[in-house]
Design a protein around this ligand. Sequence first.
Ligand SMILES: [Zn+2]
Length: 131
Amino acid sequence: MGRQYAILGRLVAQLLANMNQEIPQEQWERLQREYQKGVQDSYPNPERRGCPGTEILEGLAVRSAKFEDIEEDQQWKHVIHCAPCYGEYLELREACRLGKEAKARRQVGDSKRIDPSSKLPWYRRRPPRPD
Ligand SMILES: [Zn+2]
């Protein structure tokens, strides 16, 4: 397990916790992909050992979307060291970010897959963010 991913994980955690800061989307997506690949290689965790569950991941995604500091959270520390949790978290986080667009996609019958944002009612009360 390379230390580089521990450092990268910390950086990703900081970025995720501070998404109100300006990060070029391209740069952010590249970093996110790189880290996800690293987590998959290093922490595949196919048996989902120690995984906190979707509700906890949703909570972290919501807190992150609200710009709360989750960096020292024990569950978050698991997420960035667990490929399945990290992937799930990213989806939930993206659902938070997309907000209305995700909802719109669901309404046009995108797929049978359950949209995780449907479990996150808080964002619906949130006005769309200006560009
Ligand atoms: Zn996990």
